[in-house]
Design a protein around this ligand. Sequence first.
Ligand code: GMT
Length: 377
Amino acid sequence: MERLKIGVICYPSLGGSGVVATELAIKMAEKGHEIHFITSSLPFRYNEPHENIHFHEVRIDGYAVFKYPPYDIALANRIGQVIEEQHLDLLHVHYAVPHAVSAVLAKDMIQSDIGIITTLHGTDVTILGHDPALRNTVKYGIDKSDITTAVSDSLRKETIELIEPAKEILTIYNFIDEETYHPVAAGSVREEFDIQKDEKVIIHISNFRSVKRIPDLIRAFAKITEKVPAKLLLVGEGPEMPRIRRLADMLGVTDEVVFTGRRDDLPELLSISDVMVLPSEKEAFGLVLLEGFACGVPAVGTTAGGIPEVIEEGVNGHIVPIGDPDAIAEKTLRILCDSEVHQMMKENALETVKGKFASDHIVGQYEKLYYDLKKKE
Ligand code: GMT
């Protein structure tokens, strides 16, 4: 197969969209394609240099005339340079705003006929698409892309309803790197967090923003500890932290809640966990669910967005209504209190990752689109 030169534009810092963009780029590089990241810094999941991966930094100086440095324009300028210097075959843009718009501007600026594939990750539509200050820009970025994909069917449908795009949108699910996420020996993690032998472990990993509705989980956890001894691992950092700490204190569960902060040893943390809870009110996919499944952790999640496409009710976890701590507690206890059910769900969770979310399968879907785009030129 022909080796493609692919420009990748994404958020390089913490966040699921950056993770998916980086893992996909690495898989494509491993298949022999040439990857050119055009980003403000090296993507955080790109840890080991690969001979097929190159990095082109986007820089913008803080000139006094700018109240807000125009990163979007600097990005467009850099994309245009890289298309010309590296003779790129196509651009894969993750997140509609500003990335898709910058890519379209770059293409126009240098009068190139390069193909653009834009992948929508969620908040670029479900939050920014609702903002009258940005909606038309989101639509413009999508309509001017040659191919647009969404990370779940729910996001695809929401985009069609809200944005009314001119072209069809395809669903391509997210995937995780199975070589990183698999059950591992727990090491000293249980001792580090003073988790007793008889205690169950519930885990939540996120960026602790209000859309994740973590207070629902704290309320549910307070009920769970009335029935079974348990610890709640809250992994990550974010703006909701002070509120969550206050609530845990108020409900008298501070000693059972472990605020780990950001951690790199997610497979270890997941491998000692019994259930993951994702109580979000918006979630286009919920990549973290797959990370948990791959380590054998069933999940309790809400009906939000793409979560019910990942969690299969009663198979690898449970689905609960948004904003219902009682339901979270009840469904979590159902898993924790029945070892047979727990074991069955653990096995199903591991199988889920090997099925429709298997990385080979998903990467193959993107690669096909890349070749289709190249052919069109
Ligand atoms: O909301 C986040 O957690 C970050 C955000 C992002 O852009 O990185 O996540 C979105 O993209 C992820 C990767 O495709 C999805 O797994 C998340 O569900 C989605 N978040 C939301 O839709 C709220």
